[in-house]
Unconditional design. Structure first.
Length: 218
């Protein structure tokens, strides 16, 4: 479970997030909906300890991300700005991540198979299509077998097959009892993916309700 407690974030005179509170529960997909610039990425970065809130705190299963003993085993994330070392193979990229987080090397093969990259694991990541880079990002997020998963605009730029794949994957992770948060600026996408919606605009909470309820009211 993720507990966002009254967080705010200012960048100079820009208020990116403004007193936001909500919880994300296990066993369902929570859609994090808002127009571009609403503060979704900033909020997700604060969940991961990549940005420090100007006020408030985020607790993941009762602790901040930075105070988790093995963060990659607690929280997996697919962020928008993905940087992978293009010269490395997919296998070596994941092996490096596993080794720096004390995850058994056998798990690398498992996640490559889970995302369907086992056949291209020796190829340089620099030659990968966007869809393959996205699958590699998902493999990295799943590496530590974490109970909490965060996806920031995961379907942007993907073809219909890639979109369906990632949607089914997120639904499957929630069905296993994991806590899944996915951001999007598209209600149409959220209606197909999410059980619950947290809607923000200009850094503030606009709605926190079941998808059906939200659709009925809007
Ligand atoms: P979203 O993910 O919903 O599109 P963001 O969290 O990326 O929104 O951005 C929220 C606001 O914060 C925007 O006005 C954006 O320009 C601003 N912002 C985000 N990151 C930075 C940054 N590093 N420096 C300055 N402003 C930022
Ligand atoms: P087990 O039955 O011991 O969980 P599996 O071979 O089913 O082993 O899975 C290997 C690991 O991958 C397990 O830790 C499992 O939780 C995890 N796992 C299985 N399916 C998925 C999935 N769709 N997404 C993420 N992790 C998964």
């Amino acid at each position: 479970m993720i507990d966002v407690r009254n967080i705010s974030k200012r960048y100079g005179s820009t208020v990116a997030v403004d007193g936001l509170s909500f919880t994300v529960r296990p066993g369902q997909v929570t859609g994090f909906l808002g127009p571009n610039g609403a503060g979704k990425s900033t909020t997700i970065r604060m969940m991961l300890g990549l940005d420090r809130p100007s006020a408030g705190e985020v607790l993941i299963d009762g602790r901040s991300y930075r105070s988790q003993v093995s963060p990659l085993r607690r929280v997996g994330a697919l962020l928008e700005a993905r940087s992978v070392h293009g010269g490395r193979s997919a296998y070596h990229h994941l092996l490096w991540l596993a080794q720096s987080n004390r995850i058994p090397r056998a798990r690398v093969r498992e996640v490559l198979t889970l995302v369907g990259l086992e056949g291209v694991s020796k190829r340089r990541v620099g030659g990968f299509s966007l869809g393959m880079v996205q699958r590699l990002g998902v493999a990295a997020a799943l590496l530590g077998d974490p109970p909490v998963l965060l996806f920031d605009e995961p379907v942007n730029g993907l073809d219909p097959e890639g979109i369906r794949w990632i949607r089914d994957l997120m639904r499957g992770l929630a069905a296993e009892g994991r806590t899944v948060l996915v951001s999007s600026h598209l209600m149409s996408e959220m209606a197909l993916t999410a059980d619950h919606l947290v809607v923000i605009g200009r850094g503030r909470l606009l709605a926190d309700s079941g998808v059906q309820e939200f659709v009925a009211e809007h």
